[in-house]
Write a protein of this length. Structure first.
Length: 318
């Protein structure tokens, strides 16, 4: 079974922020793993422990399922595990810190966009757009004497992240849910810059639908289609857009079919996975030894919705 439960009762809180992570809406803690842990955990490494909000107690499992779907799609997502604290009797998502603070610097997308757009609304990100992100990447690319930045590769990674968000129905890829990692000097005495992994994926995979509302919300295929169509990206296509685009519409607007063959195939590969593997990943969450396990009804609906999103994305990608 791919969903092992990690007992973090004796893990130490980080001295940073007294172990309480200040960003985001959900309660989070920063923990340091013990020096002796089993693979795939890293020893003496920072982990983020994220709890669910009380009204959506299964939300942490959406974060973990998103990680495994990311692996299925060959999208880089920080490893996420089910964590259990015996002292508090609480479950959460234990997420591996995605960069080494000794050799790298991480900067939120919102801070970077504010530097290139003086009208950028730092709090709400109303001008958060693909146009502005690609402009930022172009500016960095022009500083070749200071940075090693493979602009077209990083643009492709950003597009692939948006396709992944559309697949899982992530509505919260805001300006601080992506960023750039500045790896300290390489052999050429330049910063090597790359896009962050696709982190913070809990606002996805029908997390917000309570168990007793599942049937009323999804009692037929038309309801499921309407639910998918209402899902939107946080990011807009251009900074002047008044409305957000639906998940699939934004991907259509990117006109992936016009990209070079290598890039187009890389995007198609995200949604070319075997659906039986997806089914297995989802239904295993109905068998975990955890009070918040998914019901088989939730698993069935999640599989139907994600498979249908996959079909829509294949059509959008041409």
């Amino acid at each position: 079974m791919c969903y092992q439960i990690i007992d973090i009762t004796t893990w130490q809180a980080s001295s940073e922020y007294d172990g309480i992570y200040p960003k985001g809406a959900r309660e989070k803690k920063i923990l340091i793993s013990p020096s002796h842990v089993n693979i795939p955990l890293k020893p003496n490494w920072k982990y983020l422990l994220k709890f669910s909000v009380s009204r959506h107690p299964q939300q942490f499992l959406s974060e973990i399922l998103a990680y495994h779907i990311g692996r299925l799609c060959n999208i880089t997502v920080p490893p996420a595990f089910i964590a259990y604290d015996r002292n508090s009797n609480l479950y959460g998502a234990l997420i591996e810190w995605f960069y080494d603070e000794k050799s790298s610097i991480y900067i939120d997308g919102g801070d970077l966009l504010s530097a290139v757009d003086k009208e950028f609304d730092r709090a709400k990100g109303e001008r958060h757009s693909i146009e502005l992100v690609f402009n930022l990447f172009s500016i960095i690319h022009n500083y070749k004497d200071k940075y090693t930045f493979k602009m077209f590769d990083e643009i492709l990674k950003f597009i692939k992240m948006l396709i992944f968000d559309a697949l899982i129905g992530n509505t919260d890829r805001h300006q601080d849910n992506w960023g750039l990692i500045f790896n300290k000097y390489d052999g050429n005495k330049k910063f090597n810059i790359s896009l962050s992994p696709a982190f913070d994926n809990g606002t996805s995979l029908c997390y917000e639908i309570l168990e007793d509302k599942l049937y009323n919300k999804f009692f037929d295929l038309n309801n499921i289609k309407r639910y998918i169509e209402k899902g939107t990206h946080h990011i807009k296509y251009n900074k002047g857009a008044l409305e957000k685009s639906s998940h699939v519409e934004l991907i259509k607007n990117l006109k992936i079919q016009n990209l070079p063959d290598e890039y187009r195939k890389a995007c198609l590969n995200i949604v070319s996975f075997d659906e039986e593997s997806l089914r297995s990943l989802i239904f295993l969450l109905s068998k975990i030894n955890c009070e918040h396990r998914f019901s088989e009804k939730r698993c069935d609906i999640l599989f139907t919705i994600t498979s249908l999103r996959k079909k829509y994305l294949l059509d959008a990608l041409g």
